[in-house]
Design a protein around this ligand. Structure first.
Ligand code: ADP
Ligand code: MG
Length: 267
């Protein structure tokens, strides 16, 4: 890893205030209020279809809420904010198959001078452990490696806020564990603000400083839980820590309860 990819983040902060989103008669999310503190890892966990991708689209300015507002660094989000990068679940659709790794990573940096662009690309590729793979095409790589390319591309823009939409849902369990650790290592080193959405309870607790638990749709925030597990974390020590087991059990109970009609407030 290089020492030059340093990002000083003192104020990035995201606030959701009463965000609701309807698609026609379908109310996807209902009055979501949440805060994403600067320099921390926040995770939104909820069942499939509960509006996680909808929320990320609203946060990234790609969609507008029906009600409520989103503020990033104190300013209302009206378009894609400066300093935001996104990693999607489906790397096979987010990477350009006709571009080699280095070109894919360089793609959002077209506005920079070639020397600076090359330096950023190399830093980001090094940060995700893909040095030496710059010349490969995405289709020559495993799924996990392709997702690393997508992460490198996001990092190359030096984001203050990194959004990740179920980033590891399409890779095998071992790769997933490695990529979770990669994310935590990068986040600790750069101090960026990270917001991950996932349906995976273990993943949410393992990664997070705090977990925002969503109910079944029309979704509300069931609870926000501080995860006071020490860092650095690892898959053996952290996941056998009684506190991890306790928090995971709590999130599981919330999600089970949230799925029951009697608890969703509309029955
Ligand atoms: P998740 O990412 O948690 O699986 P989504 O945000 O994709 O959930 O979807 C939440 C709800 O909103 C679902 O009922 C889905 O069908 C609906 N929805 C999402 N996007 C659209 C859209 N563009 N048009 C209509 N309905 C949508
Ligand atoms: Mg989704």
């Amino acid at each position: 890893m290089t020492e030059t990819l340093e990002i000083v983040n003192t104020k990035a902060e995201l606030v959701l205030d009463g965000v609701s989103k309807s698609y026609g008669a379908n109310l996807a999310v209902r009055s979501i209020s949440a805060e994403v503190p600067a320099g921390k890892v926040s995770v939104i966990v909820g069942p499939s279809g509960c509006g996680k991708s909808t929320l990320l689209r609203i946060i990234s300015g790609l969609d507008t809420p029906t009600e409520g507002s989103v503020t990033f660094e104190g300013s209302p989000v009206t378009g894609v904010p400066e300093g935001l990068a996104m990693v999607f679940q489906d790397y096979s659709r987010s990477l350009f198959p006709w571009m080699r790794v280095a070109k894919n990573v360089a793609f959002p940096l077209r506005h920079l001078k070639p020397a600076e662009r090359a330096e950023r690309v190399q830093e980001a590729i090094d940060a995700v452990g893909l040095a030496g793979k710059e010349h490969l095409y995405p289709w020559e790589m495993s799924g996990g490696m392709q997702q690393r390319v997508a992460i490198a591309r996001a990092l190359a823009s030096h984001p203050k806020l990194l959004l990740m939409d179920e980033p590891y849902a399409s890779v095998d369990a071992q790769t997933r564990a490695d990529l979770e650790d990669l994310l935590l290592a990068i986040q600790a080193r750069l101090g960026i603000t990270v917001l991950v959405v996932t349906h995976d309870i273990d993943e949410s607790v393992y990664l997070a400083d705090h977990v925002i638990v969503l109910s079944a749709p029309p979704s509300v925030v069931a609870e926000t839980i501080e995860v006071d597990l020490p860092r650095p974390r690892d898959h053996v020590t952290t996941k056998t820590d009684p506190r991890f087991v306790e928090i995971r059990g709590h999130v599981t109970r919330l999600l089970r309860g949230a799925g029951r009609p009697a608890d969703d407030g509309t029955h």
